[in-house]
Design a protein around this ligand. Structure first.
Ligand SMILES: [Zn+2]
Length: 402
């Protein structure tokens, strides 16, 4: 996978975060999760936001207040734009069909808790400049914001944005001059949002030519940034996908990936898993601890075991099987990974433990065999995770001192 196919929303968020580092952030009334308390058994495993970026983070409790509500129905307004050098030849309905399946993907990964309702305006609005003048959309936060503001101004006569919580600017999918990076819009101050119709738009995404090969899951990736989650692929160095392989669409966000369903940790941060679906160990176990896990792709049941390794670090194990989005998984079993909430987006906040450090077929680490089957085990930082058996729809594990 070459880097040009990776998305650059993190770059824009980072510029914004740096520019506003010293500003006291106002609360916009987002639905942040409850803070851990002393009588909260999952509390020691709820890693705080500790990476310093301000817009997206792998930590939570609470998530950034400026980010999109993650539970309930969210109204997403979709406006479509084309360009003097790239007038749309496909119908608005045909363009909308490219992103419409994203609603079902959110239904699945949230277990029905997050209803992302797309409300498209079936009309092309013509931007003032050639597509090439807006490319790349990731060049700076201000450049991206101006692009969105122009699109909103064009549509404002037809559209009431007062109930818009999420904004999608869908560019003519054939406009290759717009570039290959369609980023998220995640300002960290309402001063940087887009004021219109009595509201301030703080969360959105803008498609580019890369929509053609990502498909609808492009939208899920970018909108999940607006829910507050970071990129899991590597912004710098490394070959392939050195942190999470093909697991989770915040890494390799392709429907062709073998297991694009979100990680259990991500679903927990967003409130799509309840605390009582997580087994939290406040410290590495000194004696053997039995744990049962049901696959992350099925509704209900215990979904992850989390072992706190420190104030910002944890070990997580979850079961991945050929279910739903993960239908193409190469190997079923228990996926083990570490989370470090002091690590920024794109620099490895989540690291899956591979089965082998080197895949001789390609010369670098791959993660296709990372899930551990019954009879297999893995040891990480003094914690041994052994998959004892698989029965029915569950996996039995034993955690112990390594
Ligand atoms: Zn991204």
């Amino acid at each position: 996978m070459t880097r040009h196919r990776m998305r650059g929303s993190g770059v824009i968020g980072r510029l914004s975060a740096l520019a506003l580092l010293a500003v006291v952030l106002p609360s916009c009334g987002g639905t942040a999760g409850s803070r851990p308390s002393a009588d909260d058994p999952a509390g020691p495993c709820k890693l705080p936001v500790a990476d310093g970026r301000g817009d997206v983070a792998i930590g939570g409790w609470p998530r950034a207040a400026e980010r999109l509500r993650a539970v309930g129905e969210v109204v997403a307004t979709v406006i479509m734009v084309d360009f003097p050098d790239a007038p749309a030849t496909m119908s608005p309905d045909a363009a909308f069909a490219k992103i419409a399946p994203s609603t079902g993907i959110f239904d699945e990964v949230s277990y029905g808790r997050f209803t992302y309702r797309l409300e498209p305006v079936m009309k092309w609005y013509r931007m003032s400049a050639p597509s090439t003048e807006y490319a790349p959309l990731t060049s700076s936060f201000d450049h991206h914001r101006a692009y969105i503001a122009e699109a909103v101004a064009l549509a404002d006569a037809d559209v009431d944005f007062s109930s818009t919580e999420s904004l999608i600017v869908l560019a003519n999918p054939d406009a290759d001059g717009l570039g290959e990076a369609g980023p998220a819009f995640t300002p960290i101050s309402s001063d940087d949002g887009i004021a219109v119709d009595g509201t301030v738009l703080m969360n959105g995404a803008t498609s580019a030519h890369d929509l053609g090969y990502w498909g609808a899951i492009w939208l899920n990736h970018e909108v999940t940034h607006t829910l507050g989650l970071p990129d899991l692929y590597a912004f710098e160095g490394g070959e392939g996908l050195p942190y999470t392989g093909e697991f989770g669409y915040m890494g390799l966000s392709s429907l062709d990936a073998n297991a694009p369903g979100l990680l259990g940790w991500e679903r927990w941060v967003l409130g799509w898993l309840d605390d009582d679906q997580i087994t939290c160990l406040a410290a590495p176990p000194s004696a053997s601890v039995p744990v049962v896990l049901t696959p992350i792709g099925t509704v209900g049941g215990p979904k992850a075991v989390v072992v706190a390794l420190g104030p910002t670090r944890a070990l997580v194990a979850e079961a991945r099987t050929a279910t739903g989005l993960d239908a193409g998984i190469r190997k079923e079993g228990v996926l083990v990974y570490t989370v470090d909430s002091s690590v920024e987006s794109g620099f490895g906040p989540v690291r899956v433990v591979p089965a082998d450090p080197l895949d001789p077929a390609v010369g670098h680490t791959t993660f296709f065999d990372a899930p551990r089957a019954a009879g297999e085990s893995v040891e990480v930082e003094g914690v041994r995770v052994a998959v004892v058996s698989r029965a029915g729809d569950g996996f039995r594990l034993e955690l112990s001192a390594g």
